[in-house]
Design a protein around this ligand. Structure first.
Ligand code: GRF
Length: 209
């Protein structure tokens, strides 16, 4: 059985959708731990409600980024995860940390990458006049939000949308997209091609509309 460690900083709704999919779909995997850099993250409460192991590695207890990353990776590695899942984890990670998890760490970003890396994606999509927005699940590489795309979900930007309304529409899709991609990974269905891109070997669409 494969082991997942999920990292959260806030609300944790993606973590909940992953944990519930794992249970209801009978994945050959278990959530070994949910780890947060913020002791007050709502996601920790949600994880405990689901009877998952939780841990806090508080970034404020570490003066330097690499010290925090060392403490975080020590906490993660104690669970010997096959896959590290970033689910609303709001820390920039050092190159050494990211390289340690090459090919076994993924993230969800609330935009159609490569558009709108970084923060405030929904505001930026609206003010750019985009007619579509969405979310991307990607492998994590040292370049921020720049790793190979595993799957994307698209939603319309509707007249009168503000960032909150658009975020809610995107989030609903995130909750479908992220578990789907993790399951592909667990089932060994994601194959990296010579050009670095990932394809699903079953031929299923990597675009969720
Ligand atoms: C999601 O929109 C995700 O795409 C982004 O942060 C948000 C996390 O939400 N990385 P939640 O904590 O999973 O509810």
């Amino acid at each position: 059985m494969k082991k997942l460690v999920i990292l959260v900083s806030g609300r944790g709704s993606n973590m909940v959708s992953i944990a519930q999919s794992c249970q209801t779909q009978g994945w050959n995997a278990r959530i070994a731990a949910v780890i947060s850099n913020r002791p007050d993250a709502l996601g920790l409460v949600e994880a405990q409600r689901l009877h998952l192991n939780t841990e806090v590695v508080d970034h404020r207890a570490h003066a330097k980024r690499d010290q925090f990353d060392a403490a975080l990776s020590a906490a993660i590695d104690r669970f010997e995860p096959d896959l590290v899942v970033l689910a609303g984890f709001m820390r920039i990670l050092t190159e050494g940390f990211v390289r340690h998890y090459t090919g076994r760490m993924m993230n969800i970003h609330p935009s159609l990458l490569p558009a709108f890396t970084g923060l405030h994606t929904h505001e930026r999509a609206i003010s750019a006049g985009c007619l579509a927005a969405g979310a991307t699940v990607h492998m994590v590489t040292p370049e921020l939000d720049g790793g190979p795309i595993l799957a994307q979900a698209v939603v319309p930007v509707l007249p009168g949308d503000d960032a909150a309304r658009l975020a809610a529409r995107v989030l609903e899709k995130e909750h479908v997209l992220y578990p789907r991609v993790i399951r592909w990974w667990l089932d060994g269905l994601l194959q990296q091609r010579a050009d670095g891109r990932y394809v699903v070997t079953t031929g299923e669409s990597q675009l969720l509309m």
